[in-house]
Design a protein around this ligand. Sequence first.
Ligand SMILES: Cc1ncc(COP(=O)(O)O)c(C=O)c1O
Length: 363
Amino acid sequence: MTRPTRALIDRQALRDNFALAIRSQKGQCMPIVKANAYGHSVDIVCDALAHAPAFGVASINEALELRNLGFKQPILLLEGTFDPDEIELADNNDFWLMVENHNQKDQILKAKPNQPLRIWLGLDSGMHRLGFDALEIKGVYQNLLLSGKIDSMSVLATHFACANDLSNEMTTRQIECFDRASLGIKLTTGHVLQQSLANSAAIMGWEHSLRDWQRPGYMLYGNSPFNANRMAERLKPVMTLQSRIISLRTIDAGETVGYDAIWTAERKSKIATIPIGYGDGYPRRAKNGTPVIVRDQRCPLVGRVSMDMITVDVTDCELARIGDSVTLWGSELLVNEVAQHCETNGYELLSGISVRIPRVARN
Ligand SMILES: Cc1ncc(COP(=O)(O)O)c(C=O)c1O
């Protein structure tokens, strides 16, 4: 038997989640597939979403990987170029460039592209991570426009800091800032740019932010950026992280389990060992009590997560046997819930699943 740990990727769930994202608005939807499609395998995901009009990634390496896999759609580099050489690659490969600072703008002004570049102009509407500020952006666009280096289909884009909190007024302020910047560009240049604001949380909760292009990531993979949301109930988790019990033992009350002996049995306990650990991306900081499903039953993680294994208390799961299938997360146990036990979010857990875990497509 090979090591039985794997991530099953449900292609139909992915397609259904994408359909849900599209149904909720009028513009176009660009799946965000950076970080190996949030850990799901960019190959499997882009193949399942082959009808998408474009994909979004974080770097030119990720974009080139998609081209090497044979995907033909335009690909947006969400952070733009890191180096001037990348402009030529982008030009030759139909990559779209986020332009979000003066370095990147100057690189484009100096470049000699074969055809005008498609750019997404990044606005800093309040997150203060990337983007031009609202006052300067019209001048930047005018500069690029007059250079003849960009085509007429530019997009004005911004990113939300707190869209996953419906009570946070920052999102409304960011939308207002965006609309002012958009108007400023129109008044200065006479151009009405296409618009893109919404990530998953905005698609699900901020209708006013839905414009020409939406950029869903997390929701495509079947997970909600909110705790509870009407649409969240219709999302289908795409990844099931599975393994099997490889060892079982009974220990007496007072015995400890695993490195540093951080867990002590309070009763005679049956302990199952599962071959997944932090070397696979299952987080070392998962606390004792993190749920794991054995035979349809939630059982608590006990002891420290080690590099290749975890230990689970299956005392209350009388039928547990070596070889039984174990689910670390999936539709019966949402990654968001596991993340709460690890003091992180599901994004980090999913994208952290290492190359050691085979991704197996279903449907
Ligand atoms: C610029 C940008 N757009 C869209 C997304 C997708 O966000 P989400 O996964 O929350 O839908 C991200 C993710 O970090 C992003 O950086």
